[in-house]
Design a protein around this ligand. Structure first.
Ligand code: PEP
Length: 254
């Protein structure tokens, strides 16, 4: 498989600047030798400069957890793509289920943020996933289809080089419940088939699709062995260096 595995940490609203820098230094100190996956940590906005500084000279990229679509202006509390790039950010998570659930994020705003991110040259890690109710109502395929189509409306095949998709079943995020390898692979295969429909086989084959939802050292190998799973977006287990290192190692073996 030619897609490079991506091991990405979503720190959510955790770690001060000092704690974030210390975590990165601990990860760097334990970094295994050999051919590494792509490694990303996404800390809260305010702590980004400290984390970027700590990651300097290491293989760790730093991302943000959200971005606004406007270049600047009267958007109190928001942060633009230029501000992120100025701070040393290369990637940005968009449409995380917690933003959809608690902060009014919609398919439309996910699309706007995604378009702004790729136009600015950032890698957009675009999250999709069904709720428990939707899964139990056999709506998973429809929800994923809608979320993917809407997220990438107006995004060109060339822009897709700057897109990573994260499939995160909402019922598995922070709950300790993981999708089984087969459940995850089934949705990843659906997403890849949809990308083939929308953009053709080459884009579909090249686009990385991460799994997220209680990924941890104990279940990573099985998930990462699936044909269409190209890495992980990891919450809880990204906050402890030994766990994150174990996930990086799992990525090296996938
Ligand atoms: C996430 O925040 O994207 C996530 C998957 O969290 P956790 O790994 O804690 O379920």
């Amino acid at each position: 498989m030619s897609r490079r595995i991506l091991i990405a940490g979503n720190w959510k609203m955790n770690k001060t600047s000092a704690e974030g820098a210390a975590l990165v230094k601990e990860i760097v100190a334990q970094m295994p030798a050999g051919s590494l996956p792509e490694i990303l940590v996404c800390p809260p906005y305010l702590t980004i400069p400290a984390v970027v500084e700590a990651a300097k000279g290491s293989p760790i990229c730093v991302g943000a957890e959200n971005v606004h679509w406007a270049a600047n202006g009267a958007f109190t509390g928001e942060v633009s793509t230029d501000m992120l790039k100025d701070a040393g950010v290369t990637h940005v998570i968009i449409g995380h289920s917690e933003r959809r659930q608690y902060f009014g994020e919609t398919d439309e705003t996910v699309n706007k943020r995604t378009a702004a991110a790729v136009a600015a040259g950032l890698v957009a890690v675009v999250c999709v996933g069904e709720t428990l109710e939707e899964r139990e109502g056999n709506k998973t395929a429809d929800v994923i289809d809608r979320q993917v189509r809407k997220a990438f409306e107006g995004i060109s095949a060339a822009d897709m080089a700057k897109i990573v998709i994260a499939y995160e079943p909402v019922w598995a995020i922070g709950t300790g419940k993981t999708a089984t390898d087969d459940q995850a692979q089934e949705v990843h295969a659906q997403i890849r088939a949809l990308l083939a429909d929308l953009y053709g086989a080459d884009v579909a084959e090249a686009t990385r699709i991460l799994y997220g939802g209680s990924m941890k050292p104990a279940n990573a190998a099985g998930l990462l062995a699936q044909k269409d799973i190209d890495g992980g977006l990891i919450g809880g287990a990204a906050l402890k260096a030994p766990d994150f290192i174990a996930l990086i190692k799992a990525g090296m073996q996938a």
